[in-house]
Each structure stands twice: as C-alpha cells, then as structure tokens.
Design a protein around this ligand. Sequence first.
Ligand SMILES: C[S@@+](CC[C@H](N)C(=O)[O-])C[C@H]1O[C@@H](n2cnc3c(N)ncnc32)[C@H](O)[C@@H]1O
Length: 353
Amino acid sequence: MGLTKMSTAHIPVLKEETVQALAVQPGGRYIDCTLGGGGHASAILEHISPGGQLLGIDADPDAIQYARQKLSDYSDSILLINDNFSNLKAICYKYDFVPVHGILFDLGLSSLQLNGNGRGFSFQHRAPLDMRLNPDQELTAYNIVNHYSESDLAHLIRTYGEEGYARRIARRIVQERPIKNTLELARVVELGAGKRKRKIHPATKTFQALRIAVNHELEYLELALKQAVDLLGFEGRLVVISYHSLEDRIVKQFTQREAKDCICPPETPVCVCKHTASLRIMNKRVITPSPAEVRKNPRSRSARLRAAERVIAQEEHYSIIENLGSTAEISANGNVWKRPALLKKLRHTFALL
Ligand SMILES: C[S@@+](CC[C@H](N)C(=O)[O-])C[C@H]1O[C@@H](n2cnc3c(N)ncnc32)[C@H](O)[C@@H]1O
C-alpha cells in the first residue's frame, strides 16, 4: 500500500489528556506501542524534545512508513519498530529501551487503515476480506468467513462482536459462501440480521469481531500489559485508550488487580498469594472525550482512557539501570545511541544519582 492512498490524516484522540496522563517530562523516554499516524507520538516528542527519546511500535508496516515521514523532524530522537506489541519486552531489551517514563497504547485502528487502505477493515469500501495488521500473517478474514463452521462463526461473532443476532448472521454467511469482499459481507450480514432499527450499521459488530479474531487483539493486549509494567521506571505511567468494552474490561481488570497488594479470593482468611501492588490507578473514573472533541472527530466517541503509575522501590529501579551495562553501541534504523551516554542520561532523567 502506497503512502498516497493513506492520505486522510488520523486525528489523535484525547491528545492533551494523554500527554497529561503520561506526565510527559522534558528529556524523558516514552514508548508509543500503537504508533498509527504518529499523532500522539508527535505530541509526546514536542514535550520531550530536546533530549528525549521515543520508541514507536506498530504491527502495520504502512503505519511505520507513514509515521517515519511525519516525524522526520525528530529522526534523531525516535526509534520506530515494525512489530507486534505482544513482543514489547523483547523489543525494549533488544534496544536497551528500559526503563521508561511512560508507555502508551491507543488501541484499535487508525483512520489511515479505516479509510480504505485496501485491507478490508471497513464495510464502506470494497476490498478483499483481509483485515490483517501484519500482511505477512497467514490467517485472514477470508479464511474465517469462508472456512469456519457455522457454530464457530456464531461463537466468534457473539464473543468478539457482542452481537445479539450472531447465530442468524452466521447461518446466512454459511448459506451465501463463498464471500469474497467487504461489501458482499456487509450485505450478507445485513440480510442475516434482518431489518431492525439500529443506531449503528448492522455490519459494525461482525466486522469488529472478525478484526479482533484475525489479529488476536485481546490475547495480545493482555500479554503486552503484563510486559509493560516491568518496563516502567519509578513512577512511570501506563496509559491505555480503548474503543470497545472488551478491550476496556481487560485494561480495567488488569490495572485493578495490579493495584492490589493481595489478590487472594475474599474468603481466604490469610493471604497466601504474596502478590504486591505494581501499579497505582491515577484516574478512578475513566476519561472520555468532551462533546466538542466528539463533534470534531466522531471516531473518538467510544474512547476510554485509563492511566496508572508504577509502584516500585527506588533501589529496585536503580539496579535495573545499573544492569544496562556500559560499552556497546545501540544501532537501529540508522540511529546510533552510545550506551555510556544513554546511561548518564538515564541517571539524570530519573534523578537517581
Ligand atoms: C488508533 S491507531 C493509533 C493512532 C495513533 N495514536 C495516532 O495518534 O496517530 C492504532 C494503531 O495500533 C496498531 N496496532 C493495533 N494492534 C497492534 C498490536 N498488537 N501491535 C502493534 N500495533 C498494533 C494499528 O496498526 C494502528 O496503527
């Protein structure tokens, strides 16, 4: 996919609130796990420059290519990696990007992907049934739609789409197979769901379910959240923006659990889990966009932002930094950062020495 076709810009959602929730500080080190159109990354870079560093990750190679152009003014301060955020820890250790001041997940898809980048995420544009963020992955929406059994399809559409008419839609899909493109699928789903008054297009939930299944979205989010906590330095911030209740539930339950010193079942008389809190929840109430933001950017309407702060003993944090070693050079994407300089900067920015 060429960059020209991805020209409809993505408007970053809850931009100011995100910068605030991350407590972005000059010279800091941040990870944007969902680089997308580079909107949040650009806002973070404005605040951390000069001297700060940003690691940007995206599973979609087109997003990396687009963001590299957009963020070209900051090329000395960014490291952009085309990978899945489920590999977050390995990526950070590979490039010595530990510890960090903040980690952002802005989940889902960018407007660049939804506005018809040919991968079939939207039912408003004709495209093959693909839906892969990573074009090298084997599983596509076509495989699921045309080869899954009726009961597996119904289960998937009900579970990942929270669709009440999942069985009827699955039955219709199986009757109409083969289904080759997004518009055909949208029509079949509409026929399956029947004529009912709905606030959203009848295919919305089925498309969401397929996208989640193709990209293992919920499993990867759980994996990445667990890894993110360990990468945060003293009082480092974790910020997650989600767009549907399945994602938001995972984030809420994860942060609530990590904010507790004991996670034994309530009936256990004495704690046996030995769990200690690794996070402090920063906003008891989820942050949502203002009516003005929703008017300006309707795609923001379902956004929910949650933020938490790393709870860690200063000594533990100090030992993480000392274990970074001292001599090798880090080289990636043409950037070379000398490790001794990096160490000095880390000590300085985390104010530990
Ligand atoms: C909502 S967009 C981010 C937009 C970005 N914050 C901005 O302001 O331009 C989400 C991005 O996350 C990427 N993404 C989704 N799941 C991912 C995963 N598991 N690993 C890496 N990237 C992922 C998508 O490809 C998409 O580009």
